[in-house]
Design a protein around this ligand. Structure first.
Ligand SMILES: Cc1cc2nc3c(=O)[nH]c(=O)nc-3n(C[C@H](O)[C@H](O)[C@H](O)COP(=O)(O)OP(=O)(O)OC[C@H]3O[C@@H](n4cnc5c(N)ncnc54)[C@H](O)[C@@H]3O)c2cc1C
Length: 393
């Protein structure tokens, strides 16, 4: 293996290129925009900066937020203090930092649009807006709108979620998460350095309807739209069938981040999975013990071991979490009530926010820790309705 082309320079591609270059391979990263304000909340969980401490230990502008307020219709709000803050970046800064890290590791960075890739007897021929390049191996990191049909995940409309919102010139110190009636999704307000990211994500509803819901919320909460910048994008949000057929690797290529559908179908968190999959892909590529097809299998196995099984299980929970009902109330209403009333439930939600509580062991953890009060008996009954037993439990 001489040259590895990394197509896309978001968190997934930048991590992959850094890993390859550090191991001594020639890594060439192609991105049409490089550091840009990709539509995103920009929130990084504890899981991300615990694994990669440089994400918090650096001088790049970022906001550390320790308070979250969750709201649901007719259930009011519940406040949680986060033991581990959420770290929020503007995406231009985050991408800039990750690309600089890849370059310092020795990766070559080219600002150009990738138009086409073609499999040759040995390796790949890439056509970009500025010419032609050859590579022995490709890492596909072109995000949710990956234009290459032959590589990366193949999703249907049901496997995606719309996400849109505004960057609002305002300041605050807390995160707001608001559930909405009959929506598989939520509104977020994330404070960043110098502005707020106020957005909505939702599945199965047209973007126009989501925008109307968000604007109504902003008016009600007096979050002005004057001088605000609108953004919209889409997120992979794979259904169970999407996970089972997910095309993440093939002969001579591995897909990482959104291009491989690696996003939490409940929270929409994707940055950690993008970085981690980029890192894992680079480890597989540099490992000489694997042949080309073995690399695809080794990468799939690593993803499953680390997180893709958990995300697949989350896909089975998503509809129940947002649209389910329990004792005449919606699940989000009950969640807000339980956060207000039960320390154990607050602890659990804290860990979900930190990214340290896998979905696969959510139910068994709570059942193990219940103390036997009436309230906890109701909580246990609630769990039975919302979280089925995970495979192998
Ligand atoms: C509105 C919104 C809010 C979100 N909020 C959060 C959040 O708060 N926390 C979180 O963890 N996740 C969040 N996500 C998800 C997160 O943004 C993605 O999971 C993450 O950016 C995936 O990283 P990536 O590197 O795979 O793809 P991307 O970040 O999309 O990077 C892909 C790169 O490929 C480049 N590219 C694409 N096509 C070409 C081409 N033809 N030629 C050259 N370059 C190309 C693009 O320029 C881009 O830089 C959010 C997503 C959305 C849409």
């Amino acid at each position: 293996m001489r040259t590895v082309a990394v197509l896309g320079g978001g968190p997934a591609g930048a991590f992959a290129a850094a890993g390859l270059a550090k191991a001594g391979l020639k890594a060439v990263l192609f991105d049409e925009k490089l550091a840009w304000e990709k539509p995103c909340g920009g929130g990084l969980t504890y899981k991300a900066y615990h694994q990669y401490p440089f994400l918090i230990e650096n001088d790049w502008p970022k906001k550390l937020v320790r308070q979250t307020v969750l709201g649901a219709p007719r259930a009011g709000e519940a406040t949680m203090h986060l033991a581990h803050p959420l770290v929020i970046y503007s995406r231009k800064e985050l991408n800039g930092m990750l690309l600089e890290r890849a370059e310092q590791a020795g990766a070559a960075i080219e600002k150009t649009r990738v138009l086409q890739i073609e499999r040759r007897e040995k390796g790949w021929r890439l056509r970009t807006r500025d010419g032609v390049a050859e590579a022995d191996f490709c890492i596909i990191a072109m995000g949710a709108r990956n234009p290459l049909r032959e590589v990366g995940t193949e999703w249907s409309a049901a496997d995606t979620m719309s996400a849109l919102g505004y960057y609002v010139p305002a300041a605050r110190e807390r995160i707001d998460i608001q559930f909405l009636p009959k929506l598989e999704g939520y509104i977020w307000v994330f404070p960043r350095c110098g502005h707020l990211s106020v957005g909505i994500c939702g599945k199965g509803e047209p973007a126009q309807a989501l925008r109307a819901r968000l604007e109504a919320y902003m008016e009600e909460r007096r979050i002005g739209r004057r001088d605000a910048v609108f953004f919209s994008h889409m997120l992979p949000s794979l259904e169970l069938s999407g996970w089972r057929n997910n095309r993440v690797a093939g002969e001579g290529w591995l897909a990482v981040g959104d291009a491989a559908g690696l996003v939490d179908p409940i929270t929409g968190e994707g940055i950690y999975y993008a970085m981690r999959s980029g890192d894992l892909a680079s480890q597989v590529v540099v490992n000489d013990a694997h042949g080309l097809m073995e690399k695809a299998a080794a990468y799939r196995a690593l993803l499953a071991r680390e997180f893709s099984q958990d995300l697949e299980f989350a896909a089975a929970l998503a509809k129940r979490v947002f649209l389910g009902r329990f004792l005449h109330r919606t699940v989000p209403q009950r969640m807000v009530e339980f956060i207000r009333r039960s320390q154990r439930f607050r602890d659990l939600m804290q860990d979900l926010f930190a990214g340290t509580q896998p979905y696969l062991t959510l139910r068994s953890r709570l059942l193990r820790n219940l103390g036997g009060t009436l309230q906890e008996a109701i909580l246990s009954f609630f769990l039975d309705r919302v979280i089925p037993e995970s495979p192998g439990a």
